[in-house]
Design a protein around this ligand. Structure first.
Ligand SMILES: [Zn+2]
Length: 256
């Protein structure tokens, strides 16, 4: 039996995600936006929480830690070493290249500074699954709150270099507004036009638009397409430095 992943809404637009290893029974929560819905999801599945993998220190990713720990005192809280001072209750601090076990599963830690300085992503290579937190979204990326845009750009390049078949889980359901922005800077992209139509229908039907895949992001996410000639022409930056184009896109999105 292979990995089971359960995704559900927390707070207003955060995703809760549970990763379950049927072989050992181990179950990890990816981030802790809110303890109550996560505990409810665990109860419904009749799973036991063994690990919590935190991507970054923001409140809407960590405020559930205390509640999860109260319900499952032996659960191990894993998070970025570079943000350990900002995250209460970490049991294991991780860095680039570290491997975190979830039962028999193994998540590889990828440093992706930008949205926050110590943000990490977790990649289960054997299952082709990535938990990107607030670094990469469907057709978008997180704001560069704590690092300049070129730092965030390098982090997105790292994620974009993962296998195209990688399934990508993200911290928020921002897809509809991201699609609107993407169309504004990459209007001639037919894959993007098609995807925007599909997304609109999914949201209308109350469906989640995530996970996405890296292949889909490489084809439709403007922040991963700064080297595309059509996008460059559309924003009047033909031949410009890719990091400068990324910075311009991030700036435009901030004011969109
Ligand atoms: Zn955040």
């Amino acid at each position: 039996m292979s990995i089971a992943i359960h995704q559900f809404m927390c707070l207003s637009d955060n995703f809760g995600v549970l990763v379950h290893d049927p072989q050992t029974g181990a179950t990890a929560a990816i981030d802790a936006p809110d303890a109550a819905p996560i505990l409810e999801a665990i109860g419904t599945k009749e799973w036991k929480l063994t690990d919590v993998l935190i991507t970054h220190h923001h409140f809407d990713h960590t405020q559930g830690i205390t509640g999860l720990k109260a319900a499952f005192p032996s659960a191990r809280i894993v998070g970025p070493a570079r943000e350990a001072a900002k995250i209460k209750g970490l049991n294991l601090e991780v860095r680039e290249g570290d491997k975190v076990k979830i039962g028999s599963l193994e998540a590889i830690v990828i440093d992706v500074p930008g949205h926050t300085s110590g943000h990490v992503a977790y990649w289960i290579e054997n299952e082709d699954v990535l938990f990107a937190g607030d670094t990469l979204f469907a057709m978008g990326c997180g704001r560069g709150f704590e690092e300049p845009a070129p730092v965030l750009y390098r982090s997105l390049l790292k994620l974009g270099a993962l296998p195209a078949k990688t399934k990508v889980y993200c911290g928020h359901e921002y897809t509809l507004s991201n699609a609107r922005f993407a169309l504004s800077v990459d209007p001639g992209n037919s894959a993007l036009q098609d995807r925007a139509r599909v997304i609109a229908m999914m949201r209308e039907a109350g469906q989640f638009t995530l996970p996405t895949t890296m292949a889909l992001e490489l084809a439709t996410n403007p922040f991963l397409r700064v080297e595309d000639a059509g996008l460059q022409a559309a924003i009047g930056m033909t031949g410009a430095d890719p990091a400068a184009i990324f910075t311009e896109l991030r700036e435009r999105k901030n004011n969109f």
